[in-house]
Design a protein around this ligand. Structure first.
Ligand code: HEM
Length: 181
């Protein structure tokens, strides 16, 4: 049977964008970095959980480079998952700082399609896991992500809330606009 990726269908493909802006924490205050990136989304089939939940799976890899020096300064892998029965959208994220999370949310519309997910350390359903170093010194408290998909155009805005340096809730933000290659 053909797999129905539902609202994730439009993600599948390779996307490039060069209008990225990152706001990240540094000891002396927020640092802004313009960036460009490639995100590859691959149809990865479906899975069955507990014999009753069926999820359609899109695997992705995001590689982000600073415009100032062309170096990769963020690399992220994960999955987008669609549970048609409950109409729930999920994103799992792993970043190479020893931080992972599972975010949950929903999809709205058909053209454009808006995907919204969130996760928080104290959320009983959609939570964050991190190493002791990160927990104690650069703690990810929450994550919110909105993607708007309109044919071959995609834009996103995400906020990662961090407890770092003397900041209780630093808004580490990333936005970009991409087009399908
Ligand atoms: C386009 C996406 C992103 C970019 C370009 C980015 C970039 C950065 C940069 C430049 C820093 C400052 C420290 C450094 O220079 O390495 C930073 C810190 C951090 N980021 Fe991100 N980030 C992104 C997304 C995320 C996401 C999704 C998470 C978590 C789910 C995350 C978690 C962190 C954490 C925990 C730190 C603090 C580490 C430290 O500075 O000691 N970031 N990020």
């Amino acid at each position: 049977m053909e797999i129905d990726y539902g609202p994730l269908t439009g993600l599948i493909g390779t996307w490039n964008g060069d209008k990225g802006l990152d706001v990240a924490p540094e000891p002396d205050g927020p640092a802004e970095s313009p960036y460009y990136e490639t995100i590859e989304f691959v149809a990865a089939g479906d899975v069955e959980n507990f014999e009753e939940q069926r999820l359609a799976v899109v695997r992705y890899h995001q590689v982000v480079r600073r415009k100032s020096n062309d170096e990769v300064f963020h690399d992220q892998v994960g999955y987008w998952l669609w549970d048609a029965a409950s109409q729930v959208v999920m994103q799992t994220i792993t970043i190479p700082r020893a931080v992972s999370l599972v975010a949950g949310g929903s999809a709205e519309g058909t053209g454009p399609v808006v995907l919204r997910v969130r996760s928080a350390v104290d959320d009983p359903d959609w939570t964050i896991s991190q190493s002791p170093m990160m927990r104690d010194h650069a703690r990810t408290l929450a994550f919110e992500h909105e993607i708007t998909l309109d044919g071959d155009r995609l834009r996103y805005a995400e906020t990662t809330t961090l407890a770092i340096y003397d900041q209780e809730a630093f808004a580490h933000t990333d936005t970009n606009e991409l087009t399908r290659a």
